[in-house]
Design a protein. Structure first.
Lengths: 295, 341
């Protein structure tokens, strides 16, 4: 068997040219993700530090400068009550981003967890979770939110309660279908063969693999939630005046659109830019530059 | 409890059944196998012969809807089938390891390989973080990962198939098990890499007194490393014995057929056809009366319908399920030993 001993040597280094990636994960991200991420980070920073950045208060009236055009003292101009639109937009961003994150990510965590359980265990667990998901997805979403608003009254509460009731279901369905694929992979069998607990197998080994597609989907979900929030405010069912909220600012300026285009247009562009940033991140992540080649 | 002197794993009368909507399928029928400490035993057979199920049964990993319907499995005197879930986890964590055919899906794609090895050490052996990391690096270099400290930071997709299989071996043997189940560990690899992985298994087996159950459809692979071999066909073990006895004196027509279908160096350049086993493997949903191989057997006799498929001794350690013994005379040595060269 001497021939074999000669062979028991590691292959030549030529076969292992791939340099290991450094500790920082940023380098592996695509340009799109970086640009989109940059936009989102800028928005979050602007929202968090709104009171420091905003040159005026959100409801600071100035009847001398009504419908003032954008200038260095009023970047986005002023509205019909002389309020600084830029400051109001910053405060609105603070409120809107906070709510959007709150109605997007907790349901994501819950949905991925329940979906992972359903996919991993199958059988009765799967049947119960999958049926609840079906009911939630079948439910007319807007009507549910408006029904909640009818009960709790107009305001952001309707969104805070109505959206999470349904939102987790899509993540659960997504995670479940991926778990069905994942559990057939050898490394999931290996978790059993290595004597790991089910908890470890699901939470530590499966869930990180399920996260990617849910995170990608969540970028779309965030945009949808922001539009929903603004849309409801625009209809008068969301945040009530004088609260600074993107939708209500846009609705306010609508009546003077021809004389003072900036009141509606500039906050509207902020919404568009946020959507663009989130979309770019989602697109970049789905290009498969994160982690390994998960099927 | 039967006397287990000498054997580490002892499988007796194993029967694995699958209850499918189309009816009951018997994957493994009355299979018996034993492995001594430090021994490499081959399990060879074609797709669907039940070899993987025998292998998985040893750590009770038969996939649903399959179940172990009968038989006994003993590991070092302990009854594996009677273990509670907690005991079973302990057993899997410490005493037995498993590596898989597909090195592309056997490591978790989102974790660095070093992390995956040290996780086992922390979870199963209770090592501290830095201790586990240091030990993981040792294990990785022991399985032939050069520059382990740097490579441990790589993700699985940055490794070639052979290197992944090395990592998998490091992972499966991290908690010093006494038995390694290797289910077609080299099937997805090219031939040079295959030889390296087999050599690695042989060396680990020798150095750590690690017993290996090597499942393969390739007699060439089995021949390179195994001490003993069991041949499976249609859910039955049809022949078992020391590798030399099987090679030089195979008694079952199926084993002969497998051996003769291996290309040989002496016939290179000659325009000869390799002998092949005609026909298809039996459909596992059909119960065949008597010998499972009779439909494809060149030596079939009327008596073949009443054969029990029980193994009968040929020589010490060498058993066959074929009572016809068409090759009993010494004038028919197996001609397929070329794969050993």
């Amino acid at each position: 068997m001497t021939t074999i001993d000669v062979l028991d040597q590691p292959p030549a280094p030529a076969t292992e040219i791939a340099a290991p990636r450094g500790r920082s994960g940023l380098r592996g991200l695509s340009l799109q993700t970086k640009v989109g991420g940059g936009i989102l980070v800028a928005f979050v920073v602007a929202a968090v530090f709104a009171p420091l950045i905003a040159p005026y208060g959100s409801n600071e009236l100035d009847f001398v400068h009504i419908y003032a055009a954008p200038s260095w003292s009023h970047l986005f101009g002023t509205d019909g009550a002389g309020r600084d639109v830029f400051s109001r937009t910053l405060y609105a961003l603070r409120l809107d981003l906070g709510i959007v994150l709150l109605v997007t990510y907790p349901p994501l965590v819950l949905g991925v967890f329940l979906g992972a359980l359903a996919g991993y265990f199958g059988g009765i667990v799967d049947a119960v979770i999958a049926r609840i998901v079906d009911v939630m997805i079948a439910f007319p979403f807007m009507i549910l939110v408006i029904a909640v608003i009818a009960i709790v009254g107009p305001g952001v509460k309707g969104v805070l309660i109505g959206v999470p009731i349904v939102a987790w279901a899509l993540y659960a369905r997504l995670a479940r279908s991926q778990m069905l694929v994942l559990r057939e992979q050898s490394f999931m069998l290996a978790t059993v063969a290595l004597g790991y607990s089910r908890k470890r197998a699901i939470l530590r080994h499966a869930v990180p693999n399920l996260m990617r597609s849910s995170l990608i989907y969540s970028t779309l979900d965030m945009i949808a939630n922001l539009l929903l929030l603004s849309g409801l405010a625009y209809l008068g069912l969301g945040a009530q005046p004088p609260t600074a909220e993107l939708g209500s600012i846009i609705a306010d300026g609508q009546s003077a659109l021809l004389n003072a285009w900036w009141v509606t247009t500039l906050p509207g562009l902020v919404v568009v830019l946020f959507g663009l940033g989130a979309g770019l991140v989602g697109d970049g992540l789905s290009d498969g530059r994160l982690g390994g080649g998960v099927p | 409890m039967s006397v287990t002197s000498g054997s580490l794993l002892r499988i007796e009368g194993l029967r694995v059944e699958f209850d499918t909507p189309q009816g009951r399928v018997v994957g493994v029928r009355d299979a018996s196998l034993s492995i001594r400490p430090g021994e490499i035993v081959g399990l060879v057979g074609e797709t669907g012969s039940g070899k993987t199920m025998v292998c998985r049964s040893a750590m009770r990993l038969v996939p649903s809807p399959g179940r172990i319907a009968a038989g006994s499995i003993e590991f070092d005197g302990r009854d594996v089938l009677a273990m509670s879930q907690r005991r079973l986890r302990e057993f899997r964590a410490h005493d037995i390891g498993m590596i898989f055919q597909d090195p592309f899906s056997s490591l978790n794609p989102v974790f660095r390989v070093g992390q995956q090895v040290s996780e086992t050490l922390r979870v199963n052996l209770g090592l501290g973080k830095s201790e586990a990391h240091a030990r993981a690096l040792e294990l990785l270099s022991d399985v032939g990962i050069r520059d382990a400290e740097r490579r441990a930071l790589s993700y699985p997709h940055e490794f070639s198939g052979g290197m992944r299989q090395r990592v998998m071996i490091a992972l499966a043997t991290a908690s010093q098990p006494r038995l390694l189940l290797a289910d077609e560990p080299t099937t997805a690899l090219d031939v040079t890499t295959q030889a390296q992985i087999l050599a690695l298994l042989t060396r680990l087996s020798r150095e750590r007194e690690l017993a290996v159950l090597l499942v393969s459809h390739d007699f060439g692979v089995i021949a390179q490393v195994c001490n003993r071999v069991a041949v499976m066909y249609g859910g039955h073990i049809v022949e078992a014995g020391p590798i030399d006895a099987i090679y030089t004196n195979a008694q079952h027509p199926y084993t002969r057929g497998l051996l003769e279908s291996i290309p040989r160096l002496e016939s290179a350049g000659k325009r000869t056809r390799l002998p092949m086993i005609t026909g298809d493997p039996p459909d596992p949903t059909d119960a065949v009366a008597g010998c499972v191989f009779k439909l494809r057997c060149r030596y079939r006799q009327p008596g073949c319908d009443e054969i029990s498929m029980a193994l009968e001794p040929v020589s010490p350690g060498h058993e066959t399920a074929c009572p016809v013994r068409p090759f009993a005379a010494a004038d028919m040595p197996v001609t397929g030993a070329g794969a050993r060269a």
